[in-house]
Design a protein around this ligand. Sequence first.
Ligand SMILES: [Fe+2]
Ligand SMILES: [Fe+2]
Length: 494
Amino acid sequence: MLLNRDDWYDTSRDLDWTFTYVEASDAFPARWSGVGAESADAWQAWDEPFRVSYRDYVRIQREKESGVKAVRSAMMRAGVYEKLDAGHVAASHLHMGTTCMVEQMAVTMQSRFCRFAPSPRWRNLGVFGMLDETRHAQLDLLFSHDLLKFDPRFDWAQKAFHTNEWGVLAVKNFFDDIMLSADCVEASLAASLTVEHGFTNIQFVALAADAMAAGDVNWSNLLSSIQTDEARHAQVGFPTLAVLMETDPARAQTSLDVAFWRSTRLFQVLTGPAMDYYTPLDQRKMSFKEFMLEWIVNHHERILEDYGLKKPWYWDQFMHSLENGHHALHIGTWYWRPTLFWKPNAGVSKDEREWLREKYPTWEDNWGVMWDEIIKNVNDDRIQDTLPVTLPSLCNLTQLPIGSAMSRHDLEPHQLVYKERLYSFDSEISQWCFEQDPERYAGHRSFVDRFIGGEILPPDLGGALAYMGLTPDVMGDDAYGYAWAKDYVTAEAG
Ligand SMILES: [Fe+2]
Ligand SMILES: [Fe+2]
């Protein structure tokens, strides 16, 4: 007779044993589990609500896969990709190049949960997480492979993380830390709870909605399918936080505060420009700020409150950054466009500008005036003056340009000396993150550190582009060939 799942489930996921030949601390070293011997018992309380069996998991995943593949073949047959807007396509290049290998890194993180997590229930769930992430990486590769014949930029789904492109280095720096190097507890707070449960909604919900509106049904469908898995395995963060609040609440507060800021900065470059500038105006659903407030900030505040944690000390500065950071990163990435592997859309035609003004009341004062300079140069046929000759200095925590975290007017330096080396930061918050655990961040050399150190030859922009692996067929340029600037020619003449 077949037993009901409830009759056998607890036995299967609580499978554990007592070591006799080795010490428990050798089999589950604190370095990887994140849990010292003194609190080992507390982790027995770790629980998850999903109650998933392998049989059900395979059945459901198989259905999801058939759904994705059916849409894929229909869309390929209909030739949908060739009709897509150039601005929207840039968002998919950016996403594939910076996300595909993060999915693959997540496989390694989940496999660490399978082996080293401090509860057998968590180790059991890690198996499903590992299969989820394998599926995500494979889906991104399949999608990109299909489109390779239309654009070599899709090669960057696989290639990006094997290059030294500066934006990719920033992404890699963050995920190497929270996925590949962190212990289970730290990884589940930073990656599962903060990134997967929170920030990936911007990529997988907001971008999926924009992609659908742009007619990119295939990509939208792929993103949504991935999101259904995230919603499940991202839950491991909650029971982890619950136990940590019993054993070490101060560690929980610091870990989440650091992870929240670092994620904010990363998504300001990964998704902010895609939502507020690349997506065609009539297809935008929400601004990046609106989406952040509704999906990320509200969620995060609720989690902090529910578990008895405080808002991060930097909350006011964070809100200020939410108004500005992604605009700074957008104008920066557009200006340094030869250093990108996608073609950014400036997104500042007159109509678009009106939308930006309405969504961000301080936009004109901070960023509009800088775009006016660029527009003038474009319309005076001085494109060379809109292109970079040097590299920006970079933050030693986020690896993003200094001056890109707050408004144009917040440029006071944030620096410290650690073990005789000078470190620079994009904000007081990034400096604070570094100070919480300097050994974790010290030693890494930013792109500019490498440039100054003589690793990049010849030491000019051309040498830097070659070092980044940027070949002419993928190198960034304005998505619409500057056509948007014509808006302003007519106005000036009239
Ligand atoms: Fe994933
Ligand atoms: Fe995930």
